[in-house]
Design a binder for this molecule. Structure first.
Ligand code: ATP
Ligand code: MG
Length: 275
C-alpha cells in the first residue's frame, strides 16, 4: 500500500546554517495516528513544515518527502496542500483574515467549492471546535486557546486526508483538551501529532516517533517507547505520569500496536533503535 506520508533521508539546514534535520526517514500508512516526540529544538516543527512544502523554500525535483506517493516539489505543492492540513505551532502564523469565518472559509474556498458548501463547512467546523457564534470576531483579538480552535476549524473545514498537528493542545483548557481528543478520534484522517503532551500521545497514538538532534532515534509502540525511562531521559523527556503505574507485560511491549499496520521490518527496526 502506498504510504500516506513517506520521508526518506530528509536533511534540512536553515539559511543561518542551523542544521535542523540531519537524516529523517519515516513512513505512515493511511489511517495511522502517530505521535512525534522530542525535546525542544529536536526538529519536530521543521519536519512538519516539510510535509506540505512550506519548507524547503524551493523544493527540488527530487524531494525526500512523498504524500500519497506524490513527491513534494514546487510543481506539486498545490496538490499536496489539498491533501495535508497543517496546524502550526503558533496560531498567529496561521490566522490572517479579518474575521473568524473568513479564516475558516479560506481552505474550502481554495478547493473551489460552491459558496453554500463553503458556508456549511465553516458552520460545521466552528461547531465542532465549540466556536459557534464567533464568525464575525477578529482572530487576533481572541485568546490563545480560542485562536488554536479557529486554526483547527480552518484545517478541518477542507477535510484533508492527512492531518499534521504541531502542539495542538498547548493553550487549551482541560475541557478544551478533552473535547479536542474526542474530536481527533472521530476524524478519519492519517494523523501525525507533534506534542509535549505525552498523555495526549498515549491516549491517541498507538505509535510514536522520537526525534533528537534532527534524527529519528526511536520509532515504535508509544507505550513501549514512553515506558523506557532510559530512552526518555537520554533524549530530554520523561516517562509520563499516566504510565507510572503501568507495567506492561513483556509480550505486550513486544507487540507494535500501530492499527495493525506495523510491518515485521518496522518491529525489527524499533528494537534495533531502542536497543
Ligand atoms: N527559522 C529558523 N532559523 C534558524 N534556525 C531555526 C529556525 N527555526 C528553527 N530553527 C532551529 O532548528 C532546530 C529545530 O527546531 P524546531 O523548531 O524544528 O524544533 P522543535 O522540535 O519543534 O522544538 P519545540 O519543542 O521547541 O517546538 C533548532 O535548533 C532551532 O533552533
Ligand atoms: Mg516545534
Amino acid at each position: 500500500m502506498t504510504p500516506a506520508i513517506e520521508v526518506r533521508g530528509l536533511r534540512y539546514r536553515y539559511p543561518d546554517g542551523t542544521e535542523a534535520l540531519r537524516e529523517v526517514t519515516l513512513s505512515l500508512a493511511p489511517g495511522e495516528c502517530v505521535g512525534l516526540l522530542g525535546a525542544n529544538g529536536s526538529g519536530k516543527s521543521t519536519l512538519l513544515l516539510h510535509l506540505n512544502g512550506i519548507l524547503p523554500e524551493r523544493a527540488g525535483a527530487e524531494s525526500a518527502v512523498r504524500i500519497n506517493g506524490l513527491p513534494v516539489t514546487a510543481g506539486n505543492v498545490e496538490a499536496v496542500r489539498r491533501q495535508v492540513g497543517v496546524l502550526f505551532q503558533d496560531p498567529d502564523d496561521q490566522l490572517f483574515c479579518g474575521t473568524v469565518a473568513d479564516d475558516v472559509a479560506f481552505g474550502p474556498q481554495q478547493l473551489g467549492l460552491a459558496a453554500a458548501v463553503v458556508d456549511e463547512r465553516v458552520r460545521s467546523a466552528l461547531a465542532r471546535v465549540g466556536l459557534t457564534g464567533y464568525e464575525r470576531r477578529t482572530p487576533h483579538h481572541l485568546s490563545q486557546g480560542e485562536k488554536r480552535r479557529v486554526c483547527l476549524a480552518g484545517v478541518l473545514a477542507y477535510e484533508p486526508s492527512i492531518l499534521v498537528l504541531d502542539e495542538p493542545t498547548s493553550g487549551l483548557d482541560p475541557r478544551g483538551r478533552r473535547e479536542f481528543k474526542k474530536l481527533l478520534r472521530e476524524v478519519a484522517a492519517t494523523k501525525l501529532i507533534a506534542s509535549h503532551d505525552l498523555e495526549l500521545v498515549v491516549e491517541l497514538c498507538p505509535r510514536s516517533i522520537l526525534l533528537d538532534g534532527g534524527r529519528v532515534v526511536a520509532d515504535g509502540p508509544t507505550v513501549a517507547l514512553l515506558s523506557n525511562e532510559e530512552l526518555m531521559l537520554a533524549h530530554g523527556l520523561e516517562r509520563p505520569h499516566i504510565l507510572q503505574h503501568l507495567h506492561p507485560h513483556p509480550s505486550y511491549a513486544l507487540k507494535p500496536r500501530t492499527n495493525g499496520t506495523a510491518s515485521r521490518e518496522a518491529e525489527a527496526d524499533f528494537f534495533r533503535r531502542i536497543g
